[in-house]
Design a protein around this ligand. Structure first.
Ligand code: AMP
Length: 419
């Protein structure tokens, strides 16, 4: 039965061809950078209990309020497709008693995430992030190392026009005093604020810094800044993070208006943007979340991490795509008889077992068509399998030699060794 075409849902996309190999290259770079720094791979489930994000990411955030794909399973439990990676990693840390491991516990992931956002270039409903989390240490060197690793990944992927913005949100204690100060200021200017900002004065006044509403932006220019109200320990922690970034010559701008869209951050927060991206300029960001593990029911455990968008890195980067591995041997069929195909198929598999990258025609082409295909692939060796014998052609130098089909692999390996 034929039917109408079914399309991928809005805000999702297929990864094809060159895009797929470019992503594989990014993953290989990320693995090498992060595993080289002691991070181990972690995979968490695609869906989690909704409670995890409500508690972890925060009820007042856009993500939890309006962007989650939430559903009920047959048993009536509320589940959510993961919108971010830090809360699941912290859940896994607690669930597996990772606090008993040597600290910091360093974990990295590359996975897809789901947010019900307005789809546009660079903003999707299913997207991929590479992320890194270090749990169990307050040391400012953890913050600096983590930021440097993301900076290195962006540089290796040749992401252009990168800028790093950096700030500190302080500890919840120093923040609560500041929050009251900011709330008083916002209430005094309530008439000029966006409706949405006004509605969140009690719940999350800091998000006012993130607003794109012109009236709100004007008000925020004169607002008290959290960075100027840090307690001495938080200020010292921030100074140390900065000086370590200076040591390794990572440029950054201190931006006291930087607030991130997740509630769990404490102390260091940062964001890399690329001017090459236009409106959706965020490439990756993160920060400290020193209370999150405890909120997940674990022991007090400081944490620091980031996530960067794979699609944004691809859009803003111009790392040359890795050249596909060359095909070394093409097995052609002189005629389509089943016996010939059986010999050719055995040869194909023998070659692959020996580590030679080999292809064979699977499209029923004529011998001429097959040789054309081999030439298009740029294959050096072509074995033409006939009913009575096999001929091995070396296209470099044009030599052509009849031989038993089971001698071909040896001949190709010998020629390689001679190079
Ligand atoms: P966040 O988890 O919101 O801090 O986002 C971290 C990074 O993930 C951002 O800087 C983007 O590169 C990427 N990102 C977040 N949301 C989306 C989305 N809806 N589509 C594509 N990339 C996204």
């Amino acid at each position: 039965m034929s039917g109408s075409k079914i399309k991928a849902p809005r805000g999702t996309f297929d990864v094809l061809g060159e895009q797929a190999s470019a992503r594989a290259m990014l993953e290989a770079r990320a693995r090498s950078i992060l595993e080289g720094a002691g991070y181990e791979r972690i995979e968490t489930p695609v869906f989690e209990a909704t409670e995890l994000f409500a508690r972890g990411v925060g009820e007042s955030t856009d993500i939890v309020r309006k962007e989650m794909f939430t559903f009920q399973d047959a048993g009536g439990r509320s589940l959510t497709l993961r919108p971010e990676g830090t809360a699941p990693v912290c859940r896994a840390y607690v669930e597996h008693g990772m606090h008993k491991l040597r600290r910091p516990v360093k974990l990295w992931y590359l996975s897809s995430f789901f947010r019900h956002e307005r789809a546009q270039a660079g903003r999707y409903r299913q997207f991929w992030q590479v992320g890194a989390e270090a749990l169990g240490s307050e040391d400012p060197a953890v913050d600096a190392e983590s930021i440097v690793l993301l900076s290195r990944l962006l540089a290796e992927m040749r992401v252009s026009d990168v800028r790093l913005r950096l700030s500190s949100l302080g500890s919840p204690e120093s923040r609560s005093e500041y929050r009251e100060r900011l709330q008083t200021y916002l209430r005094a200017h309530e008439d000029s604020l966006a409706e949405e900002v006004r509605a969140r004065i009690d719940l999350n006044p800091l998000r006012a810094f993130d607003s794109e509403h012109p009236g709100t932006q004007r008000v925020m220019q004169g607002a008290p800044r959290l960075l100027e109200h840090l307690n001495s320990e938080d200020a010292e922690h921030f100074a140390q993070v900065r000086s370590l970034l200076d040591v390794v010559n990572i440029p950054y701008e201190v931006d006291s208006t930087l607030v991130r869209g997740l509630d769990y951050y404490t102390r260091t927060v940062f964001e890399f943007t690329s001017d090459a991206l236009g409106a959706q300029s965020g490439v990756g960001g993160g920060g400290r979340y020193d209370r999150l593990v405890e909120q997940m029911g674990g022991p007090p455990t400081p944490g620091m991490g980031w996530a960067a968008g794979i699609e944004r890195i691809m859009l803003a980067g111009d790392a040359p795509p890795a050249a596909p591995a060359p095909v070394e041997l093409f097995v052609a069929l002189e005629d389509p008889h089943a016996d010939v195909r059986a010999v050719a198929f055995a040869l194909l598999n023998e070659a692959r077992s020996a580590g030679i990258s080999a292809r064979m025609d699977l499209g029923g082409r004529s011998l001429k068509g097959q040789l054309g295909h081999a030439a298009a692939l740029g294959v050096r060796f072509v074995a033409i399998v006939g009913r009575n014998q096999t001929t091995l052609k070396d296209t470099q130098g044009g030599r052509q030699e009849p031989m038993a089909s089971d001698a071909v692999v040896h001949a190709v390996l010998r020629a390689h060794r001679a190079v």
